[in-house]
Design a protein around this ligand. Structure first.
Ligand code: F6P
Length: 747
């Protein structure tokens, strides 16, 4: 129906133009044919006058004119010649055939013959008038007036007109048929092409090779526009919680946002005297996602692992957060000890964690852990479906705990937009290939609409892994993977922190005051330079290598003995696992050894604080420090370095950063080191401790500008903008399909 209307829009004007052409062309044709025939008749008349000249000269011998009369009588037997008149030199008509009009004399005939349209209407119809001089041997003897029949011309002109009308009508019908066929084919082609364009693919079956460059140009232009739009939006204005909220209001109008993560944003614990305490876990994921969730007011589904978690939820296992503010809802999922052991400690942290970090710890894969992992993923997927208020919620899946969940949700909510963010590195295909369930994991992840990693390098590794182990179609140009009819878009979104507001900063003790307080609490003399490390107690963080570097610093640069203290905060993490236990013990041993070697006056040169520190305590440490050490052996992003930079509004302090942390890509003004190279890190420490204040300021100011701009709201904003665009494309594509369906049914 839609394309019939389109065709009519073209056909009606075409028919009008053809009718107008016929209307104006017919009289023109008439005039032209008449002129051609008139010229013919004039020639014919001249020939006749010539042919009759001798006979006329003879007949003129008869003074009564009878011979002329008889001659003319015979001549008008010609079917085209109607009448003849004879004008002798005196100008009076001497002889005329009976058919010659009585009221026309020689002068009248001369006048009419000189006109452009020498016509006269007589009884039998229109006649053509021509006058011809007759020459005898003696010279001109008179003029012959010939009246030729014109009615046959009219008959011929009617025939021509009829043929012309038939020709124009035929052409009209032919053009209409061709137009309809071409339009129909074009419509199908364009619909397919548009759908393909909307999906970011090429034209599936182009109408002709000529269309592909146009589509290509169109796509490039669209992408340029998107880039311009994105640049305008991201460069000119800072990303803030308010801006993220307005993005949700405008581009994701009313869409429900559901976050899924293993770690919950707040843990309720029972204190020693029975009261309920709320604690923020040491987790980069929580640091990044919580401010976003506060802006979105959605639902966060996470494992309830706190000893008092069950005591504060309602009958649907929900609790509003943050405590006292109620900005979003946390839905807690309860796991049995067996499930937690197999899914979290076993498959996620003994299997996937070392597998993806490639930090020289062997991954362990147990069939029983895999079973629990699948079971728990299904449990969380069911919770997503239960929490969904529509058939197409926006589901933000976090991390390696839920590689199978995207496909599980997709199976139940095919129209959901599933954005999975992988917070840890993605290894190369060979390393990933040792996982016995590599295919299942990849298939699970490809249930996502969008897969996000911190860096383009991790995206590339993921694409190569899929390419190696699955029969999938990869479009590198668009960064998409199509697998079993579903498409996944891959993108890097470097995660960050929320930049502190002026109100928050106003509460902070000054750097000097922070240093005084820290010194007092830990017994660090005022003349000591202070370096800090803040991490979860994890073997990927390079804590051992850091300690070796501190030891080497004190060996190589003895001037720092009794002038330097290193404080390492190591938040307890996954301590039930053997690998972690052994690692933590090793750190204790090495710390002891260094302290035995270099402590002076009973003061430890290395202070290992292996307990949880709240955000204020950590922030105070950052502000008190001269140097912050981040020496991860491999890290998706690492937010500690960004927190340190954000804490230094005095633009002092030096950041030493591992080149194997995702953050090293952007924080280039840090002293970037290879953590495995002890000598290099020791030298970097020395360089940091001796760095002039002006250089520190220059580096720190630049680092602060980067982190402030690339904050967590930009991270979330970019993901949500892509999700919104994805949803729009899906909706348009669905609408086109429905229209086609309706058209086909009607047609
Ligand atoms: O780095 C991966 C990650 O999930 C982070 O997002 C988070 O900081 C950390 O692991 C937390 O680990 P867990 O939840 O096991 O304590």
């Amino acid at each position: 129906m839609r394309n019939l209307t389109l065709q009519l829009r073209f056909l009606v004007p075409l028919l009008i133009v053809l009718a107008l052409a016929a209307y104006f062309a017919l009289p023109l044709m008439d005039r032209l044919t008449l002129r051609w025939f008139a010229r013919d008749l004039n020639m014919r008349g001249a020939l006749m006058a010539n042919a009759l000249s001798d006979s006329i000269a003879d007949a003129m011998q008869d003074p009564r004119g009878r011979k002329l009369q008889a001659l003319f009588g015979r001549a008008v037997l010609d079917e085209r010649l109607v009448a003849i008149g004879w004008c002798p030199p005196n100008g009076k008509m001497a002889v005329r055939t009976p058919t010659f009009p009585r009221d026309i004399d020689c002068n009248d005939a001369e006048r009419i013959a000189g006109e452009p349209d020498p016509q006269l209407r007589v009884e039998g119809g229109p006649v053509h008038v021509s006058v011809h001089e007759v020459q005898a041997e003696s010279g001109p003897v008179g003029r012959l007036v010939l009246l030729h029949d014109l009615s046959f011309i009219e008959r011929r002109s009617q025939d021509t007109r009829r043929y012309l009308v038939i020709l124009i009508a035929g052409m009209g019908v032919l053009i209409a048929v061709v137009t309809m066929v071409v339009a129909q084919l074009s419509w199908w082609g364009w619909v397919r092409g548009t759908r393909a364009l909307l999906r970011g693919e090429g034209l599936l079956r182009p109408m002709g090779a000529g269309l592909e460059p146009i589509a290509q140009e169109l796509r490039t232009r669209l992408r340029d526009l998107e880039d311009e739009y994105r640049r305008a939006r991201t460069q000119d204005a800072e990303w803030t919680a308010t801006r993220l909220q307005s993005l949700l209001r405008t581009q994701l109008r009313g869409d429900q946002v559901i976050v899924v993560s293993n770690r919950e944003p707040y843990i309720h614990e029972r204190g020693p005297d029975g009261q309920v305490l709320v604690r923020r876990p040491a987790s980069g994921l929580v640091t990044a996602v919580e401010p976003v969730m506060r802006a979105c007011s959605g639902t966060w589904i996470a494992h309830g692992g706190g000893s008092a978690d069950r005591d504060v939820v309602d009958r649907h296992d929900r609790v509003p957060l943050p405590p006292g503010h109620k900005e979003y809802m946390l839905r807690r999922i309860w796991l049995t000890t067996g499930q937690e052991q197999g899914y979290y400690y076993g498959f996620a942290n003994e299997g996937l964690w070392p597998l993806c970090h490639v930090a020289h710890v062997r991954p362990v894969f147990r069939e029983s852990d895999w079973k629990q992992y699948r079971e728990v993923n299904q449990l969380f997927a069911d919770a997503v479906v239960a929490e969904a208020r529509s058939e197409d919620p926006l589901v933000l899946v976090q991390d390696y705990h839920f590689a199978l969940l995207p496909a599980m949700v997709r199976a139940r909510l095919p129209r959901a937009t599933i954005l999975t963010f992988w917070h840890i590195p993605w290894p190369n295909p060979e390393s990933f290939g040792i996982c016995p369930w590599r295919t299942e994991l990849l298939e699970g992840m490809l249930g996502s609409s969008i897969m996000g990693f911190h860096t383009p390098f991790h995206c590339k590794n993921f694409i190569e892994t899929v390419d190696r182990y699955l029969e999938a179609r990869i479009e590198h140009e668009h960064s998409t993977i199509s697998y079993r009819g579903e498409r996944t878009f891959l993108e890097s979104y470097p995660m960050s922190i929320a930049w502190p507001t002026p109100e928050v900063m106003a509460e902070w003790p000054s750097p000097a005051e922070s240093r005084r307080q820290v010194g007092e609490e830990l017994g660090i003399p005022a003349h000591h330079r202070l370096a800090v490390g803040v991490d979860r107690f994890d073997y990927t963080k390079g804590i051992l290598e850091r300690l070796h570097a501190v030891e080497r610093l004190l060996e190589k640069y003895p001037q720092w003995r009794d002038r330097f203290t290193f404080v390492q905060v190591a938040a307890p993490s996954r301590g039930v696992l053997e690998e972690y236990k052994a690692f933590q013990q090793r750190i204790q041993t090495v710390t002891r050894r260094i302290n035995e070697r270099f402590s002076t006056g009973g003061r430890e040169v290395v202070r290992l604080l292996a307990q949880h520190h709240d955000h204020d305590a950590v922030n105070r440490l950052y502000r008190a420090a001269d140097v912050c050490l981040v020496t991860s052996l491999h890290d998706g992003m690492n937010l500690v370095c960004k927190e340190f930079v954000a804490a230094r509004d005095d633009e002092q302090g030096v950041l030493i950063l591992s080149r194997f942390a995702g953050a090293a890509r952007d924080l280039t003004e840090a002293l970037v080191v290879n953590p495995y190279h002890v000598e290099e890190v020791a030298d970097a420490l020395h360089q940091a401790l001796t760095m002039p204040a002006a250089e520190q300021r220059e580096r720190m100011a630049s680092l602060r500008a980067t982190v402030r701009e690339d904050n967590v709201f930009r991270w979330a904003g970019r993901m949500l903008t892509d999700a919104a665009r994805w949803r729009l494309r899906e909706r348009v594509s669905l609408r086109v399909q429905r229209h086609r369906g309706a058209d086909d049914t009607r047609g």
